[in-house]
Design a protein around this ligand. Structure first.
Ligand code: DAK
Length: 262
């Protein structure tokens, strides 16, 4: 399939590949419009369905991961149209259906919907020039793709209120201090760092990787008691897999494991 607003490629050894998706509307700083969200969703679902791919990276350009939803798209809508038509709800959250890990490799601006898209990924690796923010208040609106919910869960209430109410940008170091991003690296090392992490994940047994993602997401989205119970069930369930026996036997016999994803 060919795309106009994203670039798609794969890297790594057969069977343990990484799917790479680069947002590509450079003139608009990768502002997210309907076409881009459709193409991103299609590429994500294709990688998720590809048995040879074990992890996915979403990235942008040096200057912008994404400077938000394309503001031109919002201009014609009034409340009745936005609510009645479910303004861009259709294609915005496809990423949440993806079962394989998705890493956001962020350089430059990650603002508004761009910051929300990065937060919908499983973790964020940032370049030292990254800038995060929810500037919607400056447009007379609020974060509408999960920002008021995911940001406080990620960085705490005080920081989330500060960012969403002032609309200011937060640099990569501040984002790392408050837990929004997992690592900060120099800009010229970002792609290698993200690819290294993704290749590492892609080499592990697929079942354990999917189970970890599902279980951590429950910690993030549901009550603690349900999350703990779910984790225990998945933990026990993985003892019925060949990968568990292989992984443990390989460790005890000081050899590399050969996972079969079953
Ligand atoms: N939309 C459209 N065009 C944008 C854009 C955006 N978000 N951001 C930048 N551009 C365009 C600029 O208009 C400019 O176009 P030309 O004038 O060259 O034609 C070009 O990109 C370069 O931008 P600048 O000249 O402004 O570049 P600077 O380096 O001076 O400034 C900036 C960069 C990122 C600080 C600035 O462009 C900026 O403040 N941009 C707007 C950021 C913003 O407000 N983002 C939030 C948008 S609202 C939802 C899903 C999503 C959302 C809501 C609901 N649902 C599922 C319901 C999301 C909402 C948003 O993201």
């Amino acid at each position: 399939m060919s795309y106009d607003t994203i670039e798609v490629s794969t890297q790594g050894p057969e069977g343990q590949q990484v799917g790479l998706i680069r947002l590509n509307r450079p003139k608009q700083l990768n502002a997210l419009n309907d076409q881009l969200m459709d193409e991103l969703g299609a590429a994500l679902l294709a990688f998720d369905a590809d048995d040879g791919v074990g992890c996915i990276i979403v990235t942008g350009s040096d200057k912008a991961f994404a400077a938000g939803a394309d503001i031109n798209m919002f201009l014609p809508f009034d409340f009745a149209q936005a609510f009645g038509q479910g303004l861009i709800s259709r294609n915005w959250e496809t990423i949440l259906k993806v079962r394989k890990p998705v890493i956001a490799a962020v350089s430059g601006f990650a603002l508004g919907g761009g910051c929300e898209l990065a937060m919908m990924c499983d973790f964020i690796i940032a370049a030292d020039n990254a800038k995060f923010g929810q500037p919607e208040v400056k447009l007379g609106i609020i974060p509408g793709a999960g920002g008021t919910q995911r940001l406080p869960r990620s960085v705490g209430k005080s920081k989330a209120m500060d960012l969403a109410l002032t609309g200011r940008m937060m640099d990569a170091q501040e984002a790392e201090r408050c837990g929004l991003v997992s690592r900060v690296v120099p800009l010229d090392k970002l792609q290698d760092e993200a690819l290294g992490a993704a290749l590492q994940i892609a080499q592990y047994g697929r079942l354990a990787v999917l189970a970890i993602k599902e279980s951590v997401n429950l910690a993030f989205e549901g009550p603690l008691r349900d999350g703990l119970q779910y984790e225990r069930r998945l933990f026990h369930a993985l003892f019925s897999t060949e990968d568990k026996t292989e992984g443990m036997d390989a460790f005890l016999n000081k050899r590399a494991p050969a996972f079969k994803n079953r």
